[in-house]
Design a protein around this ligand. Sequence first.
Ligand SMILES: Cc1cc2nc3c(=O)[nH]c(=O)nc-3n(C[C@H](O)[C@H](O)[C@H](O)COP(=O)(O)OP(=O)(O)OC[C@H]3O[C@@H](n4cnc5c(N)ncnc54)[C@H](O)[C@@H]3O)c2cc1C
Length: 494
Amino acid sequence: MGKITGYLEYPRVHEEYAPVKERVLNFKEFIKTLPRDKAEIQAARCMSCGTPFCTNACPLHNVDPDFSDAIYNKKWKEAYDILSSTNNFPEITGRICPALCEASCALAFNDEATGNKSIERSIIDHAWEDGYVVPEPSPVKTGKKVAVIGSGPSGLACAQQLARAGHDVTVFEKNDRIGGLMRLGIPDFKLSKALIDRRAEQMKQEGVTFVLNTFVGKEGDLPQGVHCDATRRIDPSEIMKDFDAVVLSGGSETPRDLKAPGRELKGVHFALEYLIPQNKEDSDGTASPINVKDKTVVVIGGGDTGSDCVGTALRQGAKFVHQIELFPEPPREQNKLLTWPDWPRILRTSSSHDEGTELGRLDRLYALNTKAFIGENGSLKKLRLCKIKLENGRPVDIPDTEFEMEADYAFLAMGFLHPTDLTLDGFGVAKDKRGNAAATYELDTGFRTSVDKVFAAGDMRRGQSLVVWAISEGRRCAREVDRYLMGDSCLPPF
Ligand SMILES: Cc1cc2nc3c(=O)[nH]c(=O)nc-3n(C[C@H](O)[C@H](O)[C@H](O)COP(=O)(O)OP(=O)(O)OC[C@H]3O[C@@H](n4cnc5c(N)ncnc54)[C@H](O)[C@@H]3O)c2cc1C
């Protein structure tokens, strides 16, 4: 523990945010990394409790008390070694993780949590600056070949671990750039894509090969709303022939649709049909076909994806954004006696929501069901909505409460159902009840699908989730693949 009385002496340190009026003028990151002196004070607040709930809550089991102690003692290289021993991409989780660790911090019980996420970001951003982050190629090659299908955080973490264990790893990606949802879903203002490029470079130097624009799966049409830049298809039988093991890490890409009348109108889109072209515009200047400047936008769905649509619409200059949610508004305050140290189900307010509120261009509405999209000349003009109440936990329409809301655009951000069948069926792997790749999670047999030598990790196995879970699954899966190929593994179990 750095400073025994630190948590009594110092209030929580907050990262600096660019002012709302400035930051909505562009798509650049607007949160500044904690400078070293502030990170050292933040770290001094860690109580190093006997039972580190933070480490337990983190899917990667980041050892927050240990790297905080190192930082407090100005041992930045040691802090980097501790952090990178559990997390392949801390610069990413340090920006976009919801920080499950902070919700379970013992200090959070009656004070503000230690800012673990900001410490994590500070350590890794300074480690890159200091030149500590270098390629770690394996000195020994096993001669085994592994194919990783999908280059999201689970595929990348898995590939990096396997390459460091000496295997010959090829990552196949159907889109024209690597990173999965980190690259094409999450906007630049939350995560600069230069960070993914820098990691890709490191991985190439560790021996990982990336094959882009290549879909691996059965022939057929992908569901509406699944983005695909592929210019060629490889049949799974070829991959099975050419590789000693295969990891399916293709994410949970099938979006939940809202099949109300008028769904086909111009202006009604899946969220990713809106976010992906904007991300591409930010990286290479290709103008997005959807621009909501001076338009009224309705975002249907209250999660991360919906919030990213809000931030994007505000930056494009939307006149007004309504974000509507089917379920009633969650409680604003956490009842810590009931929920701590678990992740509480409370109202979440993102930086995009703060922007909309400060600019007076956002409202968040709850307990509303969308009954119809109404158009004129084929384009969306209004939504017909209806209030709901919960009966036995299920939303039920309240009679005679229908009303109309003007809208030029509606973005459907209601989550993702399961992976694409063309990928899973192509390999013939069994699915679970929700349509994900069925693969166990136990240590020693984990991540194996019903087909020999085929493994699954990330959203493709667990359903839509978080980047931190994807990295964790990729790491764990790599260990199981290594054990399958070599009989044993030196890769860490977490
Ligand atoms: C808009 C949005 C915002 C989000 N914000 C956050 C956030 O702030 N914080 C957070 O923690 N999580 C967030 N998430 C969730 C997070 O991005 C995902 O949980 C995570 O990316 C899943 O990682 P993955 O590697 O399993 O899959 P993905 O990231 O989905 O990557 C899968 C990759 O596989 C490729 N692929 C699929 N099938 C094939 C195939 N057959 N052949 C070749 N390639 C294939 C896809 O093109 C894709 O690149 C967000 C999600 C969305 C949609």
